[in-house]
Design a protein around this ligand. Structure first.
Ligand code: OFO
Length: 169
């Protein structure tokens, strides 16, 4: 039996995952505006992944016979300073999402809700990857500093990302 508290918490998580999609879309738009097409493409794939996360939670609630309640999504920032700051912000955001998933897991354990625990395990594992891939990009950007050629090289590499392929940068 899924608790009311858990249903409320998963609905709140749906909103956070939508916000993640919004945030990465906004970053995509900024990169496109800077003519950093590879980074824009990377953010496009990231935003699409976030929609998959939304739908996993959405479908889980439906499967458990619970009500999905969609709420207003906050506006993400529109202007960013430079690629390093963008990816740092994305990394910080993923850390918040990890914390939020951990709190859901804590609740599932407290509720002895084994089905939700099992469902959430995928997200626990996914967050390790989400943080690692952002962290890797942050480190690459730190290494090149503001060097234009280095940024262009990273842009080319990130442009290789194909939506739906796991373990990519
Ligand atoms: Fe980026 O993992 Fe969902 O939010």
């Amino acid at each position: 039996m899924i608790s009311k508290k858990m249903i409320t918490a998963i609905n709140a998580q749906i909103n956070k995952e939508f916000y993640s999609e919004y945030l990465y879309l906004s970053m995509q738009a900024w990169f496109a505006d800077q003519n950093l097409e590879g980074m824009a493409k990377w953010m496009d794939a990231q935003g699409k992944e976030e929609r998959l996360h939304v739908m996993k939670f959405f479908n889980y609630l439906i499967d458990r016979g619970a009500k999905v309640k969609l709420t207003a999504i906050d506006a993400p920032p529109v202007d960013f300073d430079n690629p390093l700051k963008v990816f740092n912000m994305a990394l910080d955001h993923e850390k918040l999402i990890t914390k939020s998933i951990d709190e859901l897991m804590d609740l599932a354990i407290k509720d002895k809700d084994h089905a939700t625990r099992s469902f959430l395990q995928w997200f626990v594992d996914e967050q390790v990857e989400e943080e690692a891939s952002m962290d890797r990009i942050v480190n690459m950007l730190k290494m090149v500093g503001g060097d234009g050629q280095g940024i262009m090289m990273i842009d080319r590499e990130l442009g290789q990302r194909i939506f739906g392929v796991v373990n990519e940068a």
